[in-house]
Design a protein around this ligand. Structure first.
Ligand SMILES: NC(=O)c1ccc[n+]([C@@H]2O[C@H](COP(=O)([O-])OP(=O)(O)OC[C@H]3O[C@@H](n4cnc5c(N)ncnc54)[C@H](O)[C@@H]3O)[C@@H](O)[C@H]2O)c1
Ligand SMILES: O=C(O)C(=O)C[C@@H](O)[C@H](O)[C@H](O)COP(=O)(O)O
Ligand SMILES: [Zn+2]
Length: 368
């Protein structure tokens, strides 16, 4: 892959499918100027959904849109996972209703993955679907959440249990936003970058291993390449399988246990941290099942630990975690299904594992 000068914009195409036009993920600097071009001319109103923490950014976007002639409506929502709630979605719907938001109008989600998941869900459900644009401001949002059209909210029973496949009309990943991102959140996003490395693009793992500290900052020499590679993995998969009929399940690597941990922690853990533990579990499960070699299984711990991601979780939580995993979207009937690796970049499904195998794999996680 060729190195890009800092000023250049990377454009990653994402293919469309029935009823869903193709779009692009733009990665670069000063990208907000692209927003009016994506929104289009017939549009009258633009609703900008942003979290409390990004009020200045939300205001700036709204002012730019007003200057470009749109009626810009700000919808401020709670930070992080608290936004992925039916009451917050209902609040957004009420603002859209009161502003006379029509099918010609556009939603813009500015924030991390929690905000873009909510904004996309509001766009998917308002008038049965209006266009939306994602402006991700976290690593995780840029490489994963804003791409691919999975939108949704949580319920008391679990993570992302209500949602819709509703791809954005475009994604603007402005790298400048990452300067203000706390390290804890930056590193959480690296879990999804590393996930892309294990399931599809091992060069990602080499780049992180070469200099883990540099991988944890936006100024690192490989930052653009890491983000671009992870985005290309995601774009490639969702272009082929938008509605998760098959191949897309690989993007759920580490998420079966990860989502259960998030729920158990009442969403106070960052998604990436929980997915990190979930990947260690999936690697142990594949090892116990005789499907994954020791070196690749051990590499999970070393690369995740090198950037400060967690590897373990409480042993006493296992019965609750198992119960939550039963409502994972990959389950079929009473069958639990896990994404595992048969080798590096060889994702596969392990269906209905022997309960003893699950316990053995979790005991390795509980030890860490
Ligand atoms: N739809 C998908 O395909 C998909 C993929 C991966 C993850 N997700 C979802 O994404 C969510 C996690 O996203 P996340 O890790 O981006 O966390 P987040 O959206 O919860 O953001 C983390 C925190 O950072 C703040 N923040 C955001 N951008 C900032 C910036 N530039 N500077 C300072 N603070 C900033 C937010 O307000 C929040 O408090 C989870 O809900 C997860 O389920 C969805
Ligand atoms: O895009 C996908 O497909 C993924 O599974 C990506 C995940 O990183 C993401 O966290 C997603 O929201 C999980 O989806 P879910 O269907 O398990 O809720
Ligand atoms: Zn995820």
């Amino acid at each position: 892959m060729t190195a890009n000068p800092e000023s250049s914009t990377i454009r990653v195409p994402v293919g469309g499918s029935a009823g869903h036009p193709p779009y692009e993920v733009l990665v670069g600097s000063g990208l907000l100027g692209e927003l009016p071009g994506l929104i289009g001319e017939r549009v009258k109103r633009v609703a900008v959904i942003h979290p409390e923490a990004l009020r200045p950014t939300g205001d700036a976007v709204r002012e730019d849109l007003a200057a470009a002639g749109y009626e810009a409506i700000a919808i401020e929502v709670p930070n992080a996972e608290q936004a992925k709630d039916s009451a917050v979605a209902a609040y957004c719907w009420s603002v859209l209703g009161q502003s006379g938001f029509t099918r010609d109008d556009v939603v813009v989600g500015v924030g991390g993955g929690a905000t873009t998941d909510l904004a996309g869900f509001v766009a998917a459900t308002w008038l049965r679907g209006v266009r939306w644009i994602a402006v991700p401001t976290t690593v995780l949002g840029m490489v994963d959440a804003a791409v691919g059209g999975k939108t949704g909210i949580n319920t008391a029973e679990g993570k992302n249990l209500v949602g819709a496949f509703h791809p954005p009309a475009g994604v603007l990943a402005d790298l400048g936003a990452l300067e203000a991102l706390p390290r804890h959140d930056y590193v959480s996003g690296l879990a999804e970058v590393i996930k892309a490395g294990f399931i599809a693009d091992p060069r990602i793992l080499e780049l992180v291993e070469e200099d883990p500290e540099a991988a944890c900052t936006p100024a690192g020499p490989h930052t653009r390449e890491l983000l671009e590679r992870a985005i290309r993995v995601k774009a490639d998969v969702v272009s082929e399988d938008l509605k998760e009929a098959g191949r897309r399940e690989m993007l759920n690597y580490g998420h079966t246990l990860g989502h259960a941990i998030e729920k158990n922690e009442r969403y106070t853990w960052r998604h990436g941290a929980a997915v990190s533990v979930g990947m260690v579990f999936a690697a142990e499960l594949a090892r116990v099942a005789g499907r994954l070699d020791d070196a690749t299984a051990d590499r999970h711990r070393s690369v995740l630990a090198s950037v400060g991601l967690p590897l373990g979780y409480r042993g006493d939580a296992w019965p609750r975690l198992l119960e939550t995993m039963r409502v994972d979207k990959k389950s079929r009937g009473d069958l639990l299904r896990f994404v595992v690796l048969d080798g590096l970049a060889r994702p596969a499904i392990l269906e209905g594992p022997d309960p003893a195998m699950l316990v053995a794999a979790y005991s390795e996680v509980a030890k860490a």
